[in-house]
Design a protein. Sequence first.
Length: 327
Amino acid sequence: MVAERVPLIQVRHLKKYFPITRGLIIQRHVGDIKAVDDVSFDIYKGETLGLVGETGSGKTTVGRTILRLYEPTDGQVLFDGVDLFRLKGEEMRRMRRRMQMIFQDPYASLNPRMTVGSIIAEPLEVHGVAHGREKTERVQELLRLVGLNPYFVNRYPHEFSGGQRQRIGIARALALNPDFIVCDEPISSLDVSIQAQVVNLLEDLQERLGLTYLFIAHDLSMVRHISDRMAVMYLGKIVELTDRDEIYLNPLHPYTQALMSAVPVPDPEVEEKRQRIILEGDIPSPANPPKGCNFNTRCPVAMDVCFEEEPEFREVKPGHWVACHRV
């Protein structure tokens, strides 16, 4: 764990709603898709916070809204004490150098018409950081850093495998020496054998460069491997947040318990005795979430109060936050 507990990112009551409109000529606002609905957490300097949950729970939207790739509906994000949502124009542009993103799909996130050298050099050109020979040397240095041949600069993305493309994406994210990187499911589209290599690379870079990560993923065992703490999302809200080992050994929220029961254990005797929690039904629509607790439609232990009142996201013991009436 990180010894120095200084928050780099402080997210407070973050909301991101996508409007639903009707009509061809006159567009009427008839509702909202509540992709992120009142989310709060901190990410400490030098740590990795893992963010997990089902598809459609709002994980990617959280990452993109923090970086202001999506404009927020409400809330506050403090980056090193600076309120990102109050910055405009040139101020925000300068701040962007300190925070970057590694995108999910290495096939879609690299421009097929640009060479690898041009792709990695683009952030340097946009921010006027390096030119000419200095820029070329920096690009080659970044390729070496992510384990690629520095003389590949004139090749195009289609000449690389998926794992190599993701390394190019990582090199681009590192070009401006950021402090904070959102890793948006960076291994989900890669072969299993390559996933471990990319995760190990991210860990090595974090140790060498002092990076802070928000690591968004589906693979719970991989998140446990790379994360210091883990947050579990369900339908736009964080339902549990604590240390990675605590969340595996002592999950308190019924949804987290169901997720953890699905993680296979590499011991046949333990696996045979374990009880799987099978959730029934589908995740509700974020355009029409249930009244009370978002999880009440699928919760095996829901009470009357769960259908009436939204549970408070509170600290039930030091460092362990849960939103559940039963806890």
